[in-house]
Design a protein. Structure first.
Length: 218
């Protein structure tokens, strides 16, 4: 069975699936597309026109990162979801919560005015603080073992560290438990290897092109 992940280099949702594939040491092909000029073959694969898409063999296609990661976890050992149904459902809920946070983070990154930036930042950090209150003592989300929740939040945290370097974010600085979790995740080879070596520069260039308020004082 061959696996091909359709990607955009800066997409955090794609990165979730790349991390999962790398963690499970799966051989796969990564194909980048330009989301501003989506090829017709991609639009035929993706009903919503979004990445990631996972091609499985010659004909099967999955879309949406959470669905892709669930499939990978059910078909490729070792499992990263808890075996207990209630705990597994709880993990799924926090992954969905993380998807909302990625949206808030994007709005904060591309905000051109102070009002929009403040609103997006408030929404994001209110959620981050709630997440910190609900995670275990660590080092990972649920304790000693890496899970799909860790794969889901690593892209968000990687971007938080880059944004914090561009413009100090005091509320991020204050989240000690999340910062320790972030530091651990960033050291994992599957996380470090889930983006290109020039990813921080690419992200900075992207938000610069959007006229981001984050870069006004840089």
């Amino acid at each position: 069975m061959t696996l091909e992940l359709i990607s955009f280099p800066l997409c955090p949702y794609v990165q979730r699936s790349v991390i999962t594939l790398l963690h499970k040491q799966v051989v796969f092909k990564l194909t980048h597309i330009d989301l501003a000029h989506k090829p017709e073959w991609f639009l035929e694969l993706s009903p919503m026109g979004r990445v990631p898409c996972l091609k499985i063999g010659a004909d099967a296609v999955l879309f949406e990162s959470q669905v892709i990661n669930e499939y990978l976890d059910e078909t490729i050992a070792p499992p990263l979801h808890p075996s207990d149904p209630l705990e597994r459902a709880r993990h799924r809920a926090w992954i969905a919560f993380g998807s909302e946070m990625i949206g808030d983070q994007f709005q904060m990154m591309v905000a051109q005015g102070e009002e929009r930036f403040t609103a997006a930042s408030r929404q994001l950090f209110d959620k981050l603080e709630r997440l910190e209150k609900n995670m275990a003592e660590g080092p990972f989300f649920a304790g000693q073992h890496f899970s799909l929740v860790d794969a889901a939040f690593a892209p968000l945290f990687m971007r938080m560290e880059i944004l914090h370097a561009l413009r100090p974010l005091p509320r991020w600085e204050s989240l000690g438990k999340l910062r320790r979790w972030t530091a651990l995740l960033m050291e994992l080879p599957e996380v470090a290897g889930s983006v290109t070596a020039d990813f921080p520069e690419r992200l900075r260039n992207y938000i610069s092109e959007k006229g981001s308020l984050l870069l006004r004082s840089v």
